[in-house]
Design a binder for this molecule. Structure first.
Ligand SMILES: NC(=O)c1ccc[n+]([C@@H]2O[C@H](COP(=O)([O-])OP(=O)(O)OC[C@H]3O[C@@H](n4cnc5c(N)ncnc54)[C@H](O)[C@@H]3O)[C@@H](O)[C@H]2O)c1
Length: 289
């Protein structure tokens, strides 16, 4: 049995990158004490810089009071030592999308935290069951798939592994809802709901551009105006990061076969170092890098 939400007050987040820093921020804003862990102090500091920027934007927009933002910031403790997660009541892992790294983290985590602590993974595409199998308590491992950017996006996908028990699933929903998110549930099948459907959509947009169906701007405009999505496939792929899209597509291709084959132009862009918004160029050019 995992502990219930009313006995969760301290949350551990492993990985202080894009997603981990966002998860730490929303948990702290919801009133939880947070321990944010990365492997080097520089990464922890980068995570805090992202949190400061994001909280600052919320304050500027009037979405969060300045004293609430300060209080949230003070509730987050940074560390490079996994042992500092020992008193946590719930842990979310958000390290790099690599099965071996994630399995090592779960193996280590299990030794550090109490036996009734929920262990969530933010993986986008990897098997929850395989990650859970690195532990001796796979029943408490669940997918807690936050969306990027975490403070902005309303949804969290709860993914149920082969051994995940109902109480772990219930706590995953309750925790995400307590952070102000809405949830849905997916079985542990490659890509879950979101990436199983999103990745072929992005790749098809890239192929349509490569095959001259329309200009990139018209592909994005067509999908926005024609299907009422906020971003077209090429701008969304740039926003996510073309390397991230390629990596997720490759995982799904391996698991689900040829209908998930990454678009040739996607791989060529990544090979050229054009990774989207974060590198300054992808399908579009970005002035601010
Ligand atoms: N970026 C997205 O759009 C997005 C969306 C949903 C889910 N995800 C998933 O979230 C996870 C994290 O993605 P991200 O975009 O934040 O990656 P990121 O590269 O921004 O951050 C990953 C962090 O993990 C750290 N790390 C690596 N090994 C570690 C360890 N053993 N202990 C602690 N920290 C460690 C790295 O130093 C890095 O700071 C991945 O599984 C990814 O698939 C990403």
């Amino acid at each position: 049995m995992v502990r219930t939400l009313d006995s969760v007050s301290r949350v551990g987040v492993v990985g202080a990158g894009t997603m981990g820093s966002g998860i730490a921020q929303v948990a702290a804003t919801a009133g939880y004490d947070v321990v944010l862990r990365d492997v080097e102090q520089g990464y922890v500091d980068d995570g805090f810089d992202s949190i400061d920027d994001s909280l600052g934007r919320l304050v500027d927009r009037g979405a969060l009071g300045e004293s609430d933002a300060d209080a949230a910031r003070e509730r987050i403790e940074g560390t490079t030592d996994l042992a500092d997660l020992a008193d946590c009541d719930l842990v979310v892992e958000a390290v790099v999308e690599d099965m071996d790294v994630k399995r090592d983290v779960f193996d280590e985590l299990e030794e550090r935290v109490d036996g009734d602590v929920l262990l969530g993974t933010n993986t986008s595409t990897l098997s929850i069951t395989r990650i859970a199998n690195a532990t001796r308590s796979p029943e408490r491992v669940v997918g807690l798939h936050f969306m990027n950017p975490v403070p902005v996006m309303d949804g969290v996908e709860v993914v149920v592994g082969e051994k995940t028990t109902d109480d772990a699933v219930d706590l995953a929903h309750a925790f995400a809802e307590d952070l102000g998110k809405e949830t849905w549930e997916a079985d542990d099948k490659p890509g879950f709901v979101t990436n199983r459907i999103l990745m072929p959509w992005l790749n098809e947009g890239i192929r349509a551009f490569d095959e001259g169906v329309a200009t990139k701007a018209d592909i994005d405009r067509g999908m926005k105006l024609g299907t009422n999505v906020p971003m077209g496939p090429l701008e969304l792929a740039d926003h996510i990061g073309l390397d991230v899209v390629l990596h997720a597509s490759e995982t799904l291709h391996e698991e689900l076969g040829d209908r998930y084959k990454p678009a040739y132009l996607l791989r060529r862009k990544v090979d050229a170092g054009d990774l989207g918004k974060k590198s300054g160029e992808g399908f579009y050019v970005y002035d601010d890098g």
